[in-house]
Design a protein around this ligand. Structure first.
Ligand code: FAD
Ligand code: 2HG
Ligand code: ZN
Length: 483
């Protein structure tokens, strides 16, 4: 994609790999964890969307914190740039090299270290796949405080590094609340042990927060300690239709007030999003009779009392129907039906991929204004592309996607900077949950002041003076030290 190559140049400060480097890595990691195989490198160089492609010649798979430390110490002294990679499900071009950076993936570090059934605190290595943690906890009667469509491949280290939000943030909050501690390796190989398991600990600056959401630019996360909620016995899922966006908004207000503590997800899709899923994913059908509904809302409740929870939800649905907020709806009768509703919502990113080229925007906006942007962009783009809006309405997070037959600079010119300026004008964020990566490193000023970005650059300089960790990402080129 020309637009990336035009904007970013390889920093001359970085070395290129030599035969001696490879020998060193083979010595510390063993032959099989130093990967130079073409096919595996193609996969590791390409992001989930197939939109960002690097040209790294080397993928390293450490098995311990000590090995991560040895790798980084060596790369730092040799000025070899590094991309930390987890499940490579990131959506902003942050997890793949831009040029020939060495890829470091901690996927072999996938042990559960400890689980305390009394407190619900889980300590594990960063390479654990989210879904594996979900299964482990299920056996213990607990759940992960985060859930997302990419759970089958994303790693907890990647989740922490992106501060992933997901489908149940409305109930359990962000990872800044549930991650209690972590271990990270700095660019010079130093290991920062902040793997606390305490709910409360006000001893000085809480440095773990720097690594939550810094997208691999300050260190490699190697271990995580996380507070997990108990698995509650009664889960209900409803798939509802609303006439207009204003009804979705009012329904959210009502849901927060009337469902209160049992509300565990409030997601929305517009008609275009649903059609995309129905047209592109096999075996998915609309749970509601075909009609002219403009919006769909998925509500999940999770509580401890089956009959009370159901009664509460049914009363809420009835009331919402009576006052005209819901025009149709269905309550899942069993777990299979519930997961088929979730499949529709979680299937939107995959359906978008199947539909062609996609431009993704992940915005935090005041809920009242959020959908105006979708409608205005639709007018600006006319018939040249499809604009779809969906996302985590309960968190004020819009996933604005533009789907076109192929990537086209004329379409891009109509979307950007329009979407960023609109978001900035309404005091929103240009990255609600996916991060900045490569895609938005230079757009940070739409959401952060110059002074704030300067402090971020100073922190980066302090922790990674040679700028070897995930260069060209997160911070804008004008303040970063990667040249
Ligand atoms: P990667 O994609 O490999 O990496 C992401 C970033 O983290 C990169 O900058 C990388 O350098 C860094 N990184 C990875 N591992 C480490 C580590 N151990 N130490 C330091 N840095 C590291 N995101 C949401 O927030 N909410 C959603 O609901 C959501 N749904 C998604 C659904 C689908 C179908 C897909 C494809 C993606 C979705 N995402 C979502 C985006 C993505 O899954 C998340 O950002 C996820 O947290 C990334 O984890 P990963 O292991 O794949 O990391
Ligand atoms: C989701 O919520 C993900 O499904 C992906 O964050 C969002 O495709 C997107 O824009
Ligand atoms: Zn999302």
């Amino acid at each position: 994609f020309g637009f990336l190559a035009k904007e970013v140049k390889r920093s001359p400060l970085f070395s290129t790999l030599s035969a001696d480097d490879i020998s060193y890595f083979k010595r510390i990691l063993g032959e099989k964890n130093v990967i130079m195989d073409e096919d595996r490198l193609v996969t590791a160089n390409t992001d989930w969307m197939g939109k960002y492609k690097g040209s790294s010649k080397l993928l390293l798979q450490p098995s311990s914190t000590k090995e991560v430390s040895q790798i980084l110490k060596y790369c730092n002294s040799r000025r070899l740039a590094v991309v930390p990679q987890g499940g490579n499900t990131g959506l902003v071009g942050g997890s793949v090299p831009v040029f020939d950076e060495v890829i470091v993936n901690v996927g072999l570090m996938n042990n559960i270290i400890a689980f305390d059934k009394v407190s619900g605190i889980l300590v594990c290595e960063a390479g654990c796949i989210l879904e594996n943690l979900v299964s482990f906890l299920d056996n213990q009667g607990f759940i992960m405080p985060l859930d997302l469509g990419a759970k089958g491949s994303c790693q907890i280290g990647g989740n922490v590094s992106t501060n992933a939000g997901g489908l149940r943030l409305v109930r359990y909050g962000s990872l800044h609340g549930s991650v209690l501690g972590l271990e990270a390796v700095l660019a010079n190989g130093e290991v920062l042990d902040m793997l606390g398991t305490l709910r409360k600990d006000n001893t000085g600056y809480d440095l773990k927060h720097l690594f939550i959401g810094s997208e691999g630019s300050l260190g490699i996360v190697t271990k995580v300690s996380i507070l997990t909620p108990p698995k509650l016995s009664s889960v209900n899922v409803a798939f509802l239709a609303c006439r207009d966006y204003s009804s979705c908004q009012k329904l959210l207000q009502e849901a927060k007030r009337r469902l209160g503590e049992i509300l565990s997800a409030f997601e929305f899709l517009d008609e275009e999003s649903l059609n995309l899923v129905l047209n592109h994913l096999e075996g998915v059908r609309n749970p509601l009779p075909p009609s002219m509904h403009k919006f769909y809302v998925l509500i999940e409740t999770t509580g401890s009392d089956e009959s009370n929870d159901k009664e509460k939800l049914e009363a809420f649905l009835l009331h919402s129907m009576e006052i005209g907020l819901i025009s149709d709806g269905v309550l899942a009768q069993d777990i299979n039906q519930a997961s088929s509703f979730w499949h529709i919502r979680e299937g939107v990113p995959e359906a978008l991929m199947k539909a062609g080229a996609v431009y993704k925007y992940d915005l935090s906006l005041p809920v009242q204004k959020m959908y105006d942007l979708v409608e205005e962009l639709r007018i600006a783009l006319g018939h040249s592309a499809k604009v779809i809006g969906y996302g985590h309405l309960g968190d004020g997070n819009l996933h604005l996607n533009v789907s076109a037959p192929q990537y086209d600079d004329m379409i891009l010119a109509k979307i950007e900077p329009y979407v960023y300026e609109w978001t900035s004008k309404h005091h929103g964020s240009i990255s609600a949950e996916h991060g900045l990566g490569l895609m938005k490193a230079n757009k940070i000023f739409y959401s952060k002041s110059a002074e704030t970005v300067q402090v971020m650059a100073s922190i980066k300089k302090l922790l990674d003076p040679n700028g070897i960790l995930n260069p060209y990402k997160v911070l804008p080129h004008c303040v970063s030290s990667d040249g």
